[in-house]
Design a binder for this molecule. Structure first.
Ligand code: C5P
Length: 398
């Protein structure tokens, strides 16, 4: 998990969007992050410190000094603890104070002590958000090297509608995931990935297909995108979805359409990962109309589909690499090695069907990665999401 054990310091200021931070903290905790929260005194009108402390499983920082116990909370220690600080929501007032170095509460003093990356998610009414002073203050804190997570458009608590809503908790999470996943080796790379099954038409309503879910290919695309690569994802019919900004989505149906899409895009790619379960054969003739149930027997003549992976491998230049997948039910290693050599691949990922939790449809997978120098690496059963990161790391190891 990309946020596992990461120390996230969340700063909550006094706007109505503070109620959404409960969801954000839950999302962080689900990812295995270590979460501490700080609140401005005003924010406790919108969400209680008890809620925040309970969800984050840590005490909340609000005051410098606890008059009951006589203890003070060390804002410098809090700042040094954090791997990142994320302030959400940030009101116009707190933003102005951050931009100009005011430290009249614990949250602001901790902010000013930050040595880690800082993320700022503003939230305010549309006129406040559009005001030149807000724009200036956002530009100032951006100039400090902080990342602004822009407010979104929509319904506002004032009853007005426009730009000013805090980015949704899922968006905040994605920004942090991208931050931690970012990997210099991937920045500037264009990775072409095929995913899912192909459907080969028999007539206008029927097709030949397979049980591939597309999950492994989509997980690879998301992982590569989070690491900073540009991804071209060419996928057959699947329920998988992604909206990562680094992923260009090209939906196809048949093997021939997939080949066409690969051919149109291959020259831009530095790496191709061919995870699609492409149908090996397609009906020679596609009936124009639905085939009627009249004869006792029906023969469908099949012809071979083009091998997309072989096409890419045979046209690759010296700066391109090609990785195939092999799904086998027996003698996996032998067949995979044969495919690696025959198709002139740089590496092949072997999926051995039959073991539980491996292969089509499920959310987990266990594979072996074999490279052209016959190095074999085994990846134990894990989520396809984690496996995607591990496989990409292995492919980019120096
Ligand atoms: O030869 P086989 O179909 O087992 O090889 C599997 C690999 O080849 C996978 O990477 C798959 O995406 C790719 N493939 C392809 N085009 C085909 C058949 C398979 O790209 N027509």
């Amino acid at each position: 998990m990309s946020l596992k054990d990461k120390r996230i310091l969340v700063g909550i200021t006094g706007g109505i969007a503070a109620y959404k931070i409960a969801t954000f903290i839950r999302l962080l905790k689900k990812q295995g992050a270590d979460v501490r929260c700080m609140m401005t005194p005003a924010s406790s009108d919108f969400i209680t410190p008890l809620t925040v402390a309970t969800l984050s499983e840590n005490p909340v920082g609000i005051d410098f000094y606890n008059s009951k116990t006589g203890e003070w909370t060390n804002h410098v220690e809090w700042a040094l603890w954090a791997d990142v600080m994320i302030f959400a929501p940030v009101t116009a007032n707190s933003l102005a104070k951050m931009a100009h170095g005011f430290t009249d509460n614990f949250l602001l003093a901790t902010y000013l002590s930050a040595k880690c990356p800082v993320f700022i998610a503003p939230a305010m009414d549309l006129d406040m958000y559009a005001h030149p002073t807000t724009k200036n203050n956002l530009a100032i804190v951006e100039g400090f090297g902080h990342t602004i997570i822009p407010a979104e458009s929509g319904f506002l608590a004032s009853g007005l509608s426009g730009e000013g809503r805090m980015a949704e908790p899922e968006t905040l999470l994605e920004v942090l995931e991208n931050h931690f996943a970012k990997d210099d080796r991937f920045v500037g790379q264009t990775i072409l990935i095929t995913a899912g099954p192909t459907y080969e038409a028999i007539d206008p309503v029927r097709f030949i297909g397979n049980h591939s879910s597309g999950k492994m290919g989509f997980a690879l695309a998301e992982a590569a995108a989070k690491k900073g690569a540009n991804v071209i994802l060419i996928f057959g019919p699947t329920h998988c979805k992604t909206n990562h900004k680094n992923i260009q989505l090209l939906a196809v149906q048949s093997a021939e359409e997939m080949l066409q899409a690969v051919q149109n895009n291959w020259k831009n790619a530095t790496l191709g990962i061919f995870a699609a379960a492409v149908a090996d054969y397609r009906p020679e003739m596609v009936a124009n109309q639905k085939i009627k149930k009249s004869a006792e027997d029906l023969m469908i003549q099949l012809i071979k589909n083009p091998d997309i992976l072989t096409w890419a491998a045979s046209t690759k230049t010296s700066h391109q690499r090609v990785v195939g997948f092999a799904l086998e039910t027996q003698n996996g290693l032998e067949y995979a090695k044969d495919k690696l050599i025959r198709k002139q691949l740089d590496a092949i990922v072997l999926n051995e069907m039959g073991e539980s939790g491996v292969g089509f449809g499920v959310d987990t997978n266990a594979v072996s990665l074999i490279d052209k120098n016959n190095n074999i690496r085994s990846f134990e059963l894990q989520s396809k999401v984690d496996l995607a990161f591990a496989l990409l790391d292995a492919l980019f190891e120096k």
